[in-house]
Design a protein around this ligand. Sequence first.
Ligand code: ZN
Length: 436
Amino acid sequence: MKRNLWCEYAWLGGAVPEESVVIGIEDGRFTSVSPGVAPDEAERRPGLSLPGFANGHSHAFHRALRGRTHADRGDFWSWREQMYRLAARLDPTAYFRLARATFSEMVMAGYTTVGEFHYLHHGPAGRPYADPNEMGHTLMAAARDAGIRITLLDTCYLHGGFDTQLDVVQRRFGDGTVAGWFDRMSQIQADEGARVGAAVHSVRACTEDEIATVASYVTDMPLHAHVSEQLQENEDCLARYAATPTAVFARSGALERQFTAVHATHLTAGDRRLLRGSTVCVCPTTERDLADGVGDSRALLDEGVSLSLGSDSNAVIDGFEEARGLELHERLNTRERGRLTVHEQLSALTDHTTLGWDDAGEIRPGRRADLVTVDFDSVRLAGTSPDGMLAAVVFAGSAADVTTVTVDGVDRVTEGRYGAGDVAREFTELVPRLFA
Ligand SMILES: [Zn+2]
């Protein structure tokens, strides 16, 4: 299908947005992008249009914990106990509904691809479902219904901690051996809007030898891992291997793959050098929610590491909030402003390469036709000059300002209305039951 859109403003990768941009779309791809052209008969998109956002790291089911984990003092580990109690309750039917609603919330916020870091593979006590990939296929079906592309990052999770067996909940995550994991995940059926990637949960969940085996198997897909989210993990890893988590991934050959280190909050200068050429997926809203600490995004960029962004625990689903978190956390740490440019923040937000979609994340001919349009008449953004639009949307915009979202040439959100169901009502009906 052919379409012609006129965007009042569109960010084409420069320092400021271009004005009056006419964009041709055919078969889900951009065919032409022409700034400074009169709209004529084209469909009109007032406001600022951006490329689609990539959610580099998500655990969809954590969305149900929203507002339910803030009553007591605690830390990452006490939060994890609450998360495990929820994980224990999920069956494929509930997981489908929860993931579909969560992915829908992402589409409404402007995300056009999600990287779902998936480890809840099996039934109670670790018994496989009739289809051993029932849960992975459920997530892919949920993404399809929600209208978002997915990279299913199927996760190898073999141990409960360093030299510790999986506990009763974690047994649902495990496949016994790396070969068992790879046999199962090799049978996942992808489709047009879905891809399969691989993940190692962390140095806690796989030994160095096991990570090396994973890296030897996955030569043609993204490979993600949680790295140094917690100081405790660093300390335990140093005690076990006399090496940092990053160094263990380096020695295992993982960094020679299409590697993304998720969080990478507590790194040494040596770790940052090792990660040159890899991607770090920062998850600012989750890292602040879980009291993880603040990474060093500026130092990573200076070292030649790419940055992407993820909503991770989905405590908040708002790409602008993630993008400004990158810079604002740096400001609190360094007492200096302007550590990252707005361009660097938006590049991280739209980086689809981390998820294996090299042909998305830019408004240019040949790329996937993803567009996120933001309303500049909203009370938050009104009064902004064209020169300040990018900074305004990054530092003051919200997911609620997203009016239109196009994924692969198809409008999923139009004038603020999402076309695939009442998402708020679905959460209202479903989530309390998961805690009943
Ligand atoms: Zn995670």
